[in-house]
Design a protein around this ligand. Structure first.
Ligand code: NAP
Ligand code: SF4
Length: 677
């Protein structure tokens, strides 16, 4: 198994004045690294991906000016010093044998600033600031600033630029009547509305000369009301090609769209068909994007003629060596991007530096190193959940002798519950990756083995990763047979009725509700079904690709009521960029969500609740099944027994802190501990 398995993926692409070594673009991601101004760190992040064999890297979005920055202080090439700093990055990528283009991102009305500008003063639903309408001079300034950014990118040693024309940003805002209400030469007809993006490409090309890559990222399906049609997309693509673009990249959906586009519940390659519609209509290469995360899927998309190249972004956070591993027949060892957004986009929106749930080294390459040890130790690790497995892999890779004990007959711990949830099928791949990595690292895995204090006596170091146990909510009647734990439900072993009350609306309560309302094929594995459920149509038939008559979910498998004691909106603590999707998905399945309840008691008929501190409005929620999802407590019995026996084990993952535990924290803690042993 070598490159021959992926002939389309590894075919070089001749751009005339330069060649790309394969068909993979690392798509732009805002990691927050550039804003740290630690240029050695930025350089190592990109150089690692170049060493891993990516054909062409695109940087995170760089602001062309202050008003166009996604937020105040957003990075850009504003001075000679900036050019010198970016040189550090481009030199490192070139030394690693790679190529890199800088993305020019003007946010328009999406800029989180009172100084934001746009074609018309139409406030975006995802920003608190109404933009100022640009006059003719203002528009000229924006064009000129973008041209200056392209020129400086060339001076800084970049191989090209990507002009961001999609996702609802500035140039995209000119294209559609939803945001462009102008009546001058920049608004009205489509010819006028596309004038700005085309002019930007034309003027950038004139400024940078012929031998410089210009990618135009074009929104091929806006997924908003009054979005572009496919005819308009084609017209723009043709004009952008004539204006001097080298490559056209696909953008899918505006940020304000209410249809998920990259979340884990979106099927793999769900939008490749959109790019395919443009194939043959332009003479320059076309890139497709979104939810492509394995070499097999990438190869499939290319061999089906959907595009000339694929863009993958988050997969290169998960594994810098994605392509090197695919090329050497080790695709099984590629750390999979599970599209969770937990450590990348959620961090970005939380003002934190991105990293990756699966790969804590992402964006921390210069700080978190897995160096070979010169003093190998014997290390006993208990618990093959996310924390224990990661600790075992990193410690073994560094040269330690690792024994991993697991009382169950399979690895995975809580990850096994996640992968049972419709829309979370990517967790299967994550558990598979852990299995392959444990094997490759030479970890001595002991399944179905409950380690005792005596079993652990001979090791140099002990790591306890025994996870969590379910919290007992102590509700009178909870011992009745129709009251189940979330483990009973998600392991598929329990009989579940038609009327279910779910106690607890944290991540697991939401997952359980999702599991309960579904039956049959998961929409995450069936593109046609998923498109129907969310209302994705064809931009050839409907503006913006919004299907008429909208979302058409399949009916819920049963009636579900989801409850919490807190008086706030359910799902508030879910991921910043994915919480709305979980809420919308349950709403589509008519899940009733109730907050501010007290659980009074349970009997054969259902669950008795009341509301608020004074226990008002008592009522019974009729239910033939009640599921407890009331959070977890640390499972520390073994750790405590070891401490009592005079040992000093490291305790990680849920066994350490159960509150707000997730795979991101567990994996990060396991990796960091193992890097230090
Ligand atoms: P959780 O997020 O802490 O939620 C526990 C739920 O139980 C809350 O709704 C809580 O709300 C309720 N609760 C707490 N004490 C209770 C009690 N004594 N009686 C009744 N209800 C009680 O825990 P989880 O849902 O078990 O999830 C565990 C961890 O896995 C969380 O950190 C979660 O983020 C993570 N996870 C993440 C995802 C994801 O998609 N990212 C998915 C699954 C799990 P009230 O106190 O208001 O009742
Ligand atoms: Fe992918 Fe999740 Fe890692 Fe982001 S954090 S790159 S979505 S696995």
């Amino acid at each position: 198994m070598t490159k021959a398995k992926y002939p389309h993926l590894f075919a070089p692409l001749d751009l005339g004045f330069t060649q790309l070594k394969n068909r993979v673009l690392m798509g732009s991601m805002h990691t927050g690294l550039e804003e740290t101004k630690d240029w050695a760190r930025v350089a190592e992040f990109y150089a690692a991906r170049a060493r891993g064999g990516v054909g062409l890297i695109v940087t995170g979005g760089m602001a062309p000016n202050a008003e166009g920055g996604v937020f105040p202080g957003a990075a850009g090439l504003f001075s000679d010093a900036d050019i010198t700093n970016h040189r550090v990055v481009t030199d490192a990528v070139h030394d690693a044998g790679g190529k890199i283009a800088m993305q020019i991102l003007h946010a328009g009305r999406y800029a989180y600033s009172p100084d934001c500008v746009a074609p018309s003063p139409v406030k975006s639903p995802i920003s608190p600031f109404a933009p100022k309408e640009l006059d003719e001079d203002g528009i000229e300034k924006q064009i000129s600033d973008m041209v200056i950014a392209a020129t400086r990118a060339k001076q800084a040693g970049y191989d090209g630029v990507e002009i961001m024309g999609s996702e609802g940003y500035f140039l995209n805002q000119f294209l559609v009547t939803h945001t462009n209400k102008r009546t001058d030469r920049w608004g009205g007809t489509y010819e006028n509305r596309m004038r700005l993006p085309v002019e930007v490409v034309r003027r950038c090309r004139a400024a940078v000369g012929a031998d410089f890559i210009i990618i135009f990222r074009l929104s091929m399906i806006d997924l908003i009301p009054n979005g572009s049609t496919h005819e308009e997309v084609t017209q723009l693509a043709t004009a952008v090609e004539a204006a001097g673009a080298t490559i056209i990249n696909t953008g899918i959906g505006w940020h304000e769209a209410r249809i998920p586009t990259i979340a884990t519940s979106v099927p793999r390659r769900a939008f490749a068909w959109v790019t395919k519609k443009l194939m043959g209509k332009v003479g320059i290469p076309v890139i497709t994007s979104n939810r492509i995360n394995t070499p097999e899927i990438a190869e499939e998309v290319l061999s089906a003629g959907c595009a000339d190249m694929v863009s993958m972004a988050r997969p290169f956070l998960a594994d810098a060596d994605f392509l090197a591993k695919a090329a050497s027949g080790n695709a099984d060892l590629i750390a999979p991007c599970i599209a969770c957004n937990q450590a990348c986009l959620d961090h970005t929106f939380g003002g934190k530096i991105s990293t990756c749930l699966v790969n804590p080294r992402a964006c921390y390459e210069t700080e978190l190193r897995y160096e070979p040890t010169d003093a190998p130790k014997s290390i006993g690790i208990v618990g093959a959940g996310a924390a224990g497995m990661m600790a075992a892999i990193v410690a073994a890779e560094r040269g330690h002798h690792v024994t991993l004990f697991e009382q169950a007959d399979q690895i995975g711990g809580q990850l096994n519950y996640a992968r049972a949830v419709p829309g979370k099928e990517e967790f299967h791949g994550l558990v598979h990756w852990f299995a392959k990595m444990l094997e490759a690292a030479g970890v001595d895995l002991r399944l179905s083995t409950r380690a005792s204090v005596a079993d652990l006596s001979g090791f140099d170091e002990l790591v306890i990763a025994t996870g969590v146990t379910a919290r007992d909510p102590k509700i009178p009647g909870q011992d009745l047979p129709h009251v189940l734990s979330y483990q009973d439900v998600l392991s598929g072993t329990a009989q579940i009725g038609d009327n279910v009350a779910v106690i607890g609306a944290g991540g697991i309560g939401f997952d359980v509700a999702e599991y309960l309302v579904h039956e049959g094929q998961s929409a995450a594995e069936d593109i046609a079904l998923w498109k129907t459920e969310w209302g994705v149509g064809d931009p050839e038939d409907t503006r913006g690709g919004l299907a008429i008559p909208g979302a058409q979910p399949t009916p819920p498998a049963r009636r579900v009521v989801l409850m919490q004691r807190k008086a706030e909106r359910l799902g508030k603590g879910l991921g910043k960029t994915t919480g709305w999707i979980h809420r919308a998905a349950l709403k589509m399945k008519a899940v009733e969500m109730i907050s501010g309840v007290n659980y009074e008691r349970i009997d054969e008929g259902g669950l008795y609740i009341s509301y608020g501190p004074s226990r008002e409005n008592p009522k019974m929620i009729e239910a033939d099944t009640i599921v407890l999802c009331a959070g977890q407590l640390s499972e520390r019995r073994l750790a405590d027994a070891l401490i009592d026996a005079g040992k000093t084990p490291y305790v990680i993952g849920g066994a350490d802190v159960a509150a707000e535990l997730d795979a991101k924290r567990a994996i990060n803690q396991g990796a960091r501990l193992a890097a230090s042993l």
